[in-house]
Design a protein around this ligand. Structure first.
Ligand SMILES: Nc1ncnc2c1ncn2[C@@H]1O[C@H](COP(=O)(O)OP(=O)(O)OP(=O)(O)O)[C@@H](O)[C@H]1O
Ligand SMILES: [Mg+2]
Length: 252
């Protein structure tokens, strides 16, 4: 469904990721792992063209969505981002009410009656397990929520746009272990409904969550994908000694 062919990314002329080719299969979870600075976040940002917004960033190669180049598949970057949503490491709700955070996303999808909007708000908050916690304070500021609740609200906001793909950049790493576990369970429950590409430094989490995994590495100063495949088989054995050593926790 979403794939890249020889994707390279540079900032101000310095290449940080070279020839990255991979496929994210529909309804599956793909984990991107690898040491710091090897271009995982840059890769994720390129997928929904957020790199367009970064000064000095240049992307070359192909990104295809259902077999079509993303430029043909989507009329505009905004349309692309509606279908390919992003969740960041640090929860970033808007400084407005819980209700407004989701309402704004719902409005992006055209005109709805007030009762339709209310129904969608309830439905996405239930999807992320937040409804029971917040239904009696929907008009309070989203910033009053705990970090883990804020992250689940951000996921609810992304779901309100009815995306097909969700990109997640270390979505649990700024959360305490219990909140992180809830978000991880949520991601697991979304498997099958969305195509998910998640960056994580937590290899145990990658193993628990991901159907497929891509290992990024820095080769001669430039990020590359050095391994890609089914998660369990990579953990059990990889032809690449660097990958075996990294996945067993001996390096990286
Ligand atoms: N906006 C930017 N402008 C210039 N250089 C950047 C920018 N964003 C990232 N880089 C550089 O690109 C390289 C890859 O960074 P990126 O954030 O993609 O790595 P990462 O794999 O996500 O690392 P981490 O695991 O630490 O999050 C790094 O050398 C970084 O300094
Ligand atoms: Mg990163």
């Amino acid at each position: 469904m979403i794939s890249t062919q020889k994707l390279s990314i540079s900032y101000h002329g310095r290449t940080v990721l070279r020839n990255a080719s991979l496929v994210a299969e529909p309804g599956k979870v793909l984990a991107l792992v690898g040491p710091s600075g090897c271009g995982k976040s840059s890769f994720l940002c390129a997928l929904n063209r957020m790199t367009d917004l970064l000064p000095g960033a240049r992307v070359s190669g192909q990104i295809t969505f259902d077999g079509q180049g993303i430029e043909e598949a989507f009329a505009s970057p905004v349309e692309l981002r509606r279908n390919v949503g992003m969740i960041f490491q640090k929860p970033n709700p808007f400084a407005m009410s819980i209700r407004r955070n989701i309402e704004l996303a719902v409005r992006e999808h055209g005109r709805h009656s007030r009762s339709d909007r209310q129904r969608i708000i309830e439905s996405v908050l239930r999807d992320v397990g937040l409804w029971d916690e917040v239904h009696d304070r929907l008009d309070h500021s989203a910033l009053e929520l705990s970090g883990g609740q804020q992250q689940r609200l951000c996921i609810a906001r992304a779901l309100a746009l009815k995306p097909q793909v969700l990109l997640m950049d270390e979505p649990c790493s700024a959360l305490d272990p219990i909140a992180a576990d809830r978000v991880e369970q949520l991601i697991r429950s979304m498997r099958g409904q969305y195509t998910i590409i998640i960056v994580t430094h937590n290899l145990a989490q990658a193993r628990r969550l991901a159907d497929h995994m891509a290992v990024f590495w820095i080769c001669e100063g430039v990020g590359e994908i050095i391994e890609y495949g089914e998660t369990e088989s990579l953990f059990r054995s990889s032809a690449n000694p660097l990958v075996t050593s990294y996945l067993s926790g001996r390096s990286g």
